[in-house]
Structure formats: C-alpha cells, structure tokens
Design a protein around this ligand. Structure first.
Ligand code: BGC
Length: 888
C-alpha cells in the first residue's frame, strides 16, 4: 500500500491569501520498505471536480516531493479566488491515488488594494493608548458565491462581520517593520455574508505600532494614530463582482478598552460598551466620521502562515494567600497569554489582576523582574450580568496572578489561562527514562511557546519582549526540531532584511527599534547594531532552515542580506580580526566579573570565530545555489580568517584564552589546527573539572558545549554535564521547580537570593538550545548536509548517561523519523522509522557486535572500529546490538 498526505502549498495546509504559488510538497506513506518516488502528476483547477483544468504537469519523472517549484502554476491565477490542486505519484511500489489541496489567492498586486487607512483618533490621542471601534453598514445586492476580506491595521485590530469575529487569529497584523513591510490578513468570509444589509466592524488598539515599546519605552515609534484598512472582494452568484472598502464614509467611536499596551496590560470598562456596535441598525453610541491617513500601500504583503492564536487551555491549579496576605492564583506553568475570568458583579465593580512569574524566597509576590511592565488586567463590570473576559491587545508572561480586586471571593474555577503563540505544527517528541530530563525538554518547549508570539522574543514578561537576534540565532535549530517554524522565521527574516543598515549592519533586535535610540543606554550607546553572534543570525538562520527543511529558496531570498553582513564584517575587520564597536561577547556567562554580564572570553576571539563561521556557511550556501565565484571568494576569505585566528589565538599549542567558551567555539567551528586538537579537548576537560564538572558558559558557549564534548570523544562528560543537578546546570533549574528555561544560571541562587531584577527573566529560551543535542545526539536524529532536509538522515544515537530508554521522533518535510532505543545491560534495542522517499545512514556508536540487523548490512568504519554503519531505505527497522564493555 502506498498513499499520499494532503498537498502542502507554500509550507501550509490549504492557505488562504497567497500572492503566488511558490512551492508544493506532499508526504508519501507506505507499509513497505525502500519506497522512492519515480515521478509525479500535478493538476491545478478552478473547481473541486477538476473539470476546469488550469495547469497539468503531465507525468514528470522526478524524485522531488517536498519542494516542487510552484511558478508554472501562477500564470492563470487571479486575485481573491479559490483554487484546487491534486497530485498523484508513481513510486517503486506502485502508484498512489490523488491527494488534494486548495488555496485562495490574496491580491496578486498590492496596487489593487482599494481600502483607505481610516482612524477616529485625534491629535491629542497620539499620547494615549485607548481602543477605538469603527463600523460601516454595507448592502449586498445578490446572493454571494464567494467573498474574501483582506484587512490590516496600524496598531492591532480585530475584524467583525455582523457581530462575529472573523478568523481565529489574534494580534493581527503582527509585528513587522511597519513602514517598510506591513502584513495583511486574508479571510474567506463567504459564510458571513447574505443578500441585504451587513455590518463590518473593527476594534483597534495601540499594540507595538504606537504604544510604549522597548526598555527605553519609545512611544509612537511607527506612527501616532491607529488605523484600519479593509478590502472586501465579493463575487455574486450571477458572476458580477463588488468591492467594499474602508473610506471616509465609515464612522468611529471610543471602545470600552480604555487603555491597552503590550507591557502594561489592558483596562476594559464594560459600562462603555456600545450595544450592537458591530451589527446592523446600531442606534447607540457617539459615532463620528473617520478621517483617512496616508500610507504607502506598496509595502503591503499577505501574511503567509504562522498566525498567532490561542493554543493551550490551562485551568487555575490553586488559589492561595501569601504570607504577606495577597490572594494569588497559580496556573502551575509559566506561560505567555491571557487569563480568562468568569464571574458576576455589580455595575462599577472592579476586577484587577497583576500577572507575574515567580514567588520570592518567602513565598510572596515578586514583580521586580518585570521592571516597568505593569502586566495588569482590569475589567469594570457593567451590570449584574455574568461576565467573561480576557485581554484583547496585550499579553502577559506569567505563572501567577495577584488578585488585586474581585467582587466577592475569587475561586480557582473563575480563572483559566490560554497560551498565545504563532501557529506552528509540533514536529519533535522526546522522552527518556530520567524524569528531570523530560521536564527540561518540556521547559524548552514551553519557553519556545512563550516566546514565539509573532516574532522570536527574548522574554515575554518584562518591558522588553523584543526580537533579539542573538537569542534566535542560538535557539533556531532547537526550534526547528520542536515545531515547523518555516513560515514563522521567513516572515521574521523579511524584517531583518528590511531593517538591515545600508552598509550591511544587522540590528540587535528585529523588528529594529534600537538603532538611533540608544544614546542613553549604558552599553548600547557604544554600538546599537551589528554584534557578533547576534547579527550572525542573518547567516546562521538561513543555513539552519536550509539544513532542516532542504529548501534552497531561503538561500536565494537571503543571499544579498547574508553577503552584505559578511562584507560589513570584512570592511570593519582589522586584518582578519573582527571586533568592532560594542559586543555582547559570551553574554551572561558565569565567568564574568562580579555583577557584569560580559563573560571572560575575549571579544576579539568570539567575534573572529563567528566571522570565520558565518563566512564559511555563506560560501557553502553560495555553492548550493550555483554562485560558484562567490563561493570560491568567500571560502578563501574563510581560510584566511581561520589562518589568522590560529596564528593569533594559539600559543604553544594551546588557546591563549583558557575559558570553556573559547575551547568550545574553536572546536565547534573547526578552527583548531589538527595538531593542537587533542590539547584543546584536554583543556576543555580540565576547565570543566576545575568547575567540578559545571559549565560557566554564557549565550555563546552554552549551545555547543555538549556537542564539543560528544563530537570529540567525550560522550561520558557530555552526559555528565547534561545530568548535573546542582548549581549551575540545566537540571538545577528543574530541581528548583522551573517550568520554563531561565535567562540566568543564577536566576535563583542556591541560597534563595536572585540575580538583579534589572534583567532576570524566567522564560528565556536561549539556554534551551540544549534540546538540539537531545535530538541530534541522544536520540541521534540528524540530517546529512549532502542531502539536507532529512532527504538523507543520519541516525546515530549515543547511548550513555545511564539512560534506560529514549523515545524520540521528528516530523520532517518527508514524514516522521523515529529513533527510539532501550538498554538491557549491554544490549541495545534500537527502533527506527525512515520516511518514504528518503534514506538514512545508521551509525551504531560504541558497538561491539550486531546481534540482529533486520536485513541491513552493517560494516565496521575503518577509522573507528567501534562504529558500525549501514545504509537503509524507508521503512521500520529493529536493530539489536551489544555495546563495547567500557560504555558508560
Ligand atoms: C535580552 C537578551 C539579549 C540581550 C543582549 C537582554 O536584555 O533579554 O536575551 O540577547 O539583552 O544584550
């Protein structure tokens, strides 16, 4: 039996609102082994019965199943219309039936956008963050065949038709570099509309656009007034068309949202609700005409996936009184999102909750680490009716909430938390025999959920919540193991390009709000963009996406950006040593001077190591897309940097910088001369022993620590590092009850004291990058770089650490890869699944003898007789082997 999954279009299932078909893919399923695709047949039609064919590929001989170029399909497309796709494939075990998919087009050319940007805010409102609502009654002259709404805003908006919210997404239009790149949302609203009157409505809030934003609290960063724009394209049953859009005939009023900002929360006064505001024939409210605002429609782009929406629902776990007498709700999980509360009050009764992450040592409310963020939710009751409320245009990072005010006695049944994050399919699963490691994996996943709210943020709670590039760089491969983040990161990379400086410099945060705004900042006044390991996200993220998904289009899209970042480093390098203006170095490493965030590893070493690494990756990517001249040029530059690195930072066969991070980076980036390799490995082990087996690394060294050990013959030490439970370590946090990853190893110290509240987040995914090692090494699921995207996997589990079993899988673009093992004494049973249309190289590490090969042919590796390898086609396999007697 062989079959297909549904067709995937532009990395999404049945997308609504695409400007072109870029790429098509599918997954092949079979219960047989060694299934390969031989060819495919793809059709596009305007009807679901495929009577009106617009494109027919015929039978194409090809093994490609994940990245079919969609451009031939674009010729006959028109705006605001639904299309149908189907595909069937020939494989080595027979032909599949048809698999189906559909998509709807957005406006193919932004010039078609007819909606004006309208606002009801006045001059004096630029200083306020209140909500407004807009409405317009329209008349549809006929029964509707199809209707698509394209909507966006300056600020945040919710769109309603006839009293119903359109779409399940929140925080639209997301956060982008608005004046250069503004997303619009597309909705199929056919079922919302009927002949006769209908009402279009919109609620607006300040959001990132004009609210206070950044730790320096810049207001009106993108503009002074919120505004909404809508283009509603209707096709009637009789084939005629009509467009309804925002213009100066709309009217507006203040909404019950008296205040709303990202950091400070929301105040909603239900007494100000205008009954039926978004329905026909509304007679209440002080509606006034809107005014239009100029806006460059050329920057409009249809949103492509990864919409922010409500995900997990978490009932309150308990409600208790602290020693200081505060009533506190505990949700049992640090998360990012909303608290929904239900209850009953009287007119004017006030409900006020203050969200926060942790209790202090005495068990009291601790909000100092929120800095200036108020994280407060206030609701004022309208009448004696039951209420149900959550914020609209603000979100909080919290585990707890203090009940400041509530009518009567709050019970835990009154409160439910909802997580909010960008919608991405979960792809990774990991479980092992050590519960603390499972909790660590859980914490990494929850820090990802908590910080992937439209952009990859550093933290979700304090007055920051910014798209710090370094954090994303460190974490992106882990993120790609955990969830399908293709559309999420592609959108963010568009903003990176939009905000890159003319000479190739890369902002510290994307979307950028720091360049030119840091004169008062203690550190950033010395350099408000282009820091090593942070700015390198411009190269490392495209490389990672290429590696994880095998998609070369990301290389093409980012090519100029990557190249100009390397050129920027080149133009500011001294010889081949790059260390320019302000650098974060090994940020928040524990070997820093007391109270400092800047780790002990010298900046010129860290920066030059990244300069070499990014240049090498760029040269490799240039070659992948056939830019050979660039590839040769930049590989030569890489070799020169490497040579200078070796001449500058080594003395007598050892690195001059004797820090853990210096050894790790040099090993992991391949910068150690072969003859000194053993020295550097031994130095790393010595530096580890000096700390009693603990890490003292920061953002730069930590992600690669276990790799540097396990790839250099020290799997035992790598496991010991992972499994350390005392301070500082990953499991120390777990033992302290963490449910997400902390920003600092010493966020809470063993004596109960805390790192300074000026920068102490308990939901910061950076150190969660250890999960990459869990997938790549412990489970052993990796891709070969020759056939990236897991077209060819490398399955190489490293047994050790006393783990009795590991169950792990990764849903690749070809299908599920499974690698699960269990040990019985020295015997390992390894269960593997390889998806159709791919192959794998299986490597048994420290294998003494293969007892059951399940039909595979294992060979000893000539250079290392403790490794047995076999090639495998798709299918499931159970391999049993004996470990070398000395394996720990
Ligand atoms: C952020 C970090 C970030 C750093 C760089 C912090 O405030 O939370 O994660 O990378 O600044 O300085």
């Amino acid at each position: 039996m062989v079959s297909l999954s549904s067709v995937i279009i532009n990395d999404q299932h049945n997308p609504v609102g695409i400007q072109s078909v870029q790429q098509i893919g599918w997954k092949i399923h079979s219960d047989q082994r060694n299934v390969l695709q031989l060819g495919y047949h793809l059709q596009l039609a305007s009807d679901k019965d495929f009577q009106d064919l617009l494109y027919d590929s015929g039978i194409v001989t090809s093994e490609e199943s994940a990245h079919i170029d969609g451009s031939p399909l674009n010729e006959n497309l028109v705006s605001a219309k639904k299309y149908f796709l189907r595909v069937r494939v020939d494989t080595t075990v027979g032909q599949t039936g048809w698999a189906y998919g559909a998509f709807a087009t957005a406006l193919l050319d932004p010039a078609e956008w007819k909606g004006k940007f309208i606002t009801v805010e006045k001059e004096e409102d630029s200083a306020k963050s209140k909500g407004t609502c807009l409405r317009k009654e329209i008349r549809l002259r006929n029964p509707v065949r199809s209707a698509f709404a394209f909507t966006t805003a300056l600020g945040l908006y919710q769109f309603y038709i006839n009293g119903k919210k359109v779409g399940y997404d929140e925080f639209t239009p997301g956060w982008t570099s608005y004046n250069k790149h503004l997303l619009y949302q597309a909705y199929d609203v056919t079922s919302f509309l009927h002949p006769g009157h209908s009402t279009l409505g919109c609620m607006l809030g300040a959001g990132w656009y004009k609210g206070d934003i950044g730790f320096n609290r810049v207001r009106n960063y993108y503009g002074k007034y919120t505004a909404f724009s809508c283009h509603l394209a209707v096709e009637y049953e009789d084939g005629s068309q009509e467009i309804f859009c925002t213009d100066d005939t709309w009217e507006g009023a203040d909404s019950p949202i008296v205040f709303s900002e990202i950091y400070d929360g929301e105040i909603y006064d239900a007494r100000l609700e205008i009954s039926g505001w978004n329905k026909n024939h509304c007679t209440s409210g002080n509606w006034i005409p809107v005014r239009t605002l100029p806006f460059n429609k050329k920057v409009l782009t249809a949103q492509a996936g990864a919409k922010v929406c409500r995900k997990d629902c978490i009932p309150a776990k308990e409600i208790f009184t602290t020693p200081q007498g505060d009533r506190v709700i505990d949700f049992g999980q640090n998360l990012t999102g909303w608290i929904e509360f239900i209850g009953q009050g009287h007119t004017g009764d006030r409900i006020e909750l203050h969200c926060f992450e942790i209790l202090d040592h005495q068990g009291n409310v601790y909000t100092d680490n929120l800095r200036t963020a108020k994280s407060a939710v206030t609701y004022i009751c309208r009448d004696d009716e039951p209420f149900r409320f959550h914020e609209n245009f603000s979100f909080q990072g919290f585990r707890y909430a203090k009940v400041v005010s509530w009518p009567g006695i709050p019970e835990k049944e009154n409160f439910t938390a909802y997580t909010l994050h960008s919608d991405m399919e979960p792809t990774g699963q990991f479980e092992c025999s050590i519960p603390e490691v499972n909790q660590l994996h859980h914490n990494v996943l929850w820090s990802m959920k908590g910080n992937f709210l439209d952009i990859p943020t550093d933290c979700p709670q304090r007055d920051e919540r910014l798209g710090w590039t370094g954090d994303a760089q460190i974490f992106c491969r882990t993120a790609a193991y955990l969830m399908d983040c293709r559309t999420f990161f592609r959108k963010w990379l568009d903003d990176l390009v939009a905000d890159q400086t003319e000479d190739g410099g890369v902002p510290h945060v994307v979307p950028d709000i720091l360049i030119g705004n840091c004169a008062q900042d203690r550190l950033l006044k010395n350099g408000d963009h282009s820091a090593s390991a942070w700015a390198d996200v411009s190269v490392i993220l495209p490389w990672t996406l290429y590696l994880m998904y095998g998609d070369t289009s990301v290389i093409r899209a980012q090519y100029q950006s990557m190249k100009s970042w390397i050129d920027y480093m080149h133009s500011h390098a001294n010889g081949n040593i790059w260390n320019y203006r302000f650098q974060f170095g090994d940020w928040v490493a524990l070997d820093a001077a007391e109270g400092s965030c800047l780790g002990a590893t010298p900046n010129d070493l860290t920066c030059t190591a990244y300069y070499a690494y990014s240049t090498e990756l760029f040269a490799r990517m240039a070659s992948v897309i056939g830019c050979e001249a660039d590839s040769i040029k930049y590989m030569q530059l890489h070799n020169d940097i490497k040579k200078t690195y070796q001449e500058t930072f080594f003395e007598d066969g050892h690195l001059t910088a004797q820090t853990q991070t210096a050894q790790i980076l040099s090993l992991h980036f391949g910068l150690v001369p072969e003859t000194y390799r053993q020295n550097v490995i031994e130095d790393l082990i010595r530096l580890l022993q000096k700390e009693n087996g603990h890490l003292v690394t920061g953002f730069v060294g930590t992600p690669y620590f276990c790799f540097a050990l396990s790839r250099n013959g020290h799997i035992k030490e790598a496991y010991e590092l992972l499994l350390k439970e005392d301070f500082p370590s990953w499991l120390y946090q777990v033992k302290q009850g963490a449910t997400t990853i902390w920003e600092h190893w010493d966020g809470i110290r063993p004596d109960g004291s805390m790192w300074s509240p000026d920068m102490n987040s308990f939901n910061h995914y950076a150190y969660g990058s250890i999960a990459e090692w869990l997938y790549c090494t412990v489970a052993g699921i990796d891709t070969s770089t020759e056939a990236p995207g897991f077209k060819k996997s490398v399955i190489a589990p490293h047994i050790g650490g006393g783990l009795k079993y590991v169950k792990s899988s990764y849903e690749s673009v070809y299908g599920k890869i499974d690698s699960s093992w269990k040990t019985d004494g020295n015997t390992v049973t390894l269960d593997i699944q390889i998806p159709c249309n791919t192959s794998a190289q299986i490597r048994l590490i420290n294998a003494a003898e293969v007892i059951a090969d399940d039909g595979l042919s294992f060979q000893e590796v000539v250079s290392n007789t403790h490794i047995r390898t076999a090639s495998a086609g798709s299918g499931t396999y159970r391999i049993i082997y004996k470990l070398q007697p000395d394996t720990d």
